[in-house]
Design a protein around this ligand. Sequence first.
Ligand SMILES: [Zn+2]
Length: 244
Amino acid sequence: MEQFADFPRRKKDGITFEAVNRLLTQQLYAGIVEVARWGVSPREGKHEPLVSKETWAKIQERLNAKQAVAPVRKDASEDFPLRGFVACACCEQPMSAAWAKGRNKRYAYYSCFTKGCPERRKSIAKDKLEQRFDTLIKSLRPSRSLFDMSRAIWRDLWEARGMKVEQRTKSIAGDLKKIGKQIDLFLDRIVNTDSPTVISAYEARIRDLEHERLLLSEKSRKKHEPQTSFEGSFRTAMNFLANP
Ligand SMILES: [Zn+2]
């Protein structure tokens, strides 16, 4: 936003976090009007929303979410990448790590510090533990055939989903045709009747059908193309699985 000269800013030193927060929490953008000081409770506005209510709600949820639940310490340093990720074999609590001073140099080690654990304070040298972790990760690499098979299964599912969407689009087109025919039918009947009561009943029916037709044609205009290709969607996941 700072690159756009037109973007309104209060300070000369750029866009503040508060400004970004205001943007992300402004419910007017989702089409909702609310003015508490005038007693106007939240309601549907008459203007065109910039984002859907679904999107807006998702943003609020994410903004209000508590911090990520990863067992990472704030001071997690480069020294001990596995701290908090490796569990004690005895009590299954996350292990911690520290530097210890020896006579001549410092030693890096992981250890369980859980109170009451029989293995508490038994240390494992950093290098030893990290090497074993390395070996474990390598053993997780799937075989070529397993990898190819899961890829084939995902592709099948991807194509099946595509077929379903196609079928639904076709069935909407069929429904639209049917409604068109029904409307024509009622119009014919109106022409052939003299009773005002019957005519207005037919007219009401036509109005309903027209509503239905509007809804369906909005649905049929919606794009059902996948947003990315199969390759684009799965490349990262497959690369990761191939070599965790
Ligand atoms: Zn333990």
